[in-house]
Design a protein around this ligand. Structure first.
Ligand code: SF4
Length: 312
């Protein structure tokens, strides 16, 4: 197979059949975290890089093989929407299969009405937004000339107005680059304008071309989840489960965690569930006791309830 790979197991898309539409590396950006390495020459003109009939025939063959597939995911060795004719491929796949179709994109071409139109029949589109200011956008995504932050945000905003499928905006969180309170708040404000169905918080877990790129520590990640969830529900696939240790020092343990970052109420419930073998009455009673201690207050952020430590 030349274009199709997998299905690969993906935390966000289950068994995802990848379809690579581009020669490596064809991109409008040169991100500091790109797992494909640096962009040596920008590609900004859309075209049918490979014959679409050949790509379709590989997809059909793999689907017909009966492998379990949850999503057919168009994703390129670069920027997916540089491929001209995505609408034809999506429509043809949908004629022969009920498997939902996702498109992973950096979103840089969404200001082009033709690109937005080609994506309308996808079931989910996952564009990137890694910054809430032009300066940070330039520093992280290092776009080709003319691909400005304003144009990027405008493209995302227009697409949201026209698109009825799932818009899941992907935010790459990079240690010391876009994980400060100020950067997160700026991003949350832009995301609130875009109104995605969900924010997928992802980390640079793969080798990056710039050595300073790294994963923020867990407290900053939790902080990012909290700040960004003011705009839309946040999915953080790499999130570790909360561990409360033993029943003995429960109040201090929860207060210790909540003093460092807000604790999602449903995470706390899940952690207590593990401690009490899913005994719902015991979980309810313990949560009541913790609240009655007077050390916590609950705050709503978007659709989530969080516990924070009351200020003295
Ligand atoms: S948009 Fe994607 S492919 Fe392009 S440079 Fe950034 S990470 Fe790499």
């Amino acid at each position: 197979m030349t274009y199709v790979f997998g299905p690969v197991s993906s935390k966000r898309l289950g068994q995802s059949l990848g379809v690579d539409l581009l020669p490596s590396k064809s991109c409008t950006w040169n991100c500091i975290y790109c797992q494909l390495g640096r962009t040596t020459a920008f590609v900004t003109e859309r075209r049918e890089f490979f014959p679409k009939e050949e790509i379709l025939s590989e997809i059909l063959e793999t689907v017909a093989s009966g492998k379990p597939i949850d999503w057919i995911t168009f994703v390129g060795s670069g920027e997916t929407t540089l491929y001209k004719g995505l609408d034809w491929l999506i429509a043809e796949v949908k004629k022969i299969s009920k498997i939902p179709v996702a498109v992973i994109t950096n979103g840089s071409l969404l200001s082009d009405p033709e690109v937005r139109r080609e994506l309308l029949e996808a079931d989910a589109v996952l564009p990137s937004l890694n910054a809430g200011s032009p300066e940070l956008f330039e520093r992280i995504d290092r776009p080709a000339p003319g691909f400005t932050f304003e144009k990027h945000v405008e493209g995302l905003r227009l697409f949201r107005q026209e698109y009825r499928g799932k818009l899941w905006v992907e935010v790459m969180l990079i240690r010391g680059v876009n994980d400060s309170e100020e950067a997160l708040k700026e991003m949350a404000a832009v995301l609130a304008e875009i109104r995605p169905d969900m924010i997928h918080l992802v980390m640079p877990t793969r080798p990056a071309p710039e050595s300073f790129v790294g994963i923020p520590d867990e407290e900053l990640i939790q902080r990012a989840v909290f700040v960004l969830s003011s705009s839309a529900p946040v999915l953080h696939p790499a999130k570790g489960e909360m561990n409360l240790g033993s029943v003995g020092n429960l109040l201090d343990t929860v207060a210790g965690i909540a003093s460092r970052h807000p604790v999602q109420e449903r995470e706390l419930e899940a952690a207590l569930g593990k401690l009490f073998d899913g005994d719902a009455a015991k979980i309810r009673e313990t949560m009541g006791e913790l609240l009655a201690s007077g050390r916590f207050e609950k705050v709503r952020q978007g659709s989530e309830l969080y516990w924070i430590v009351k200020s003295a």
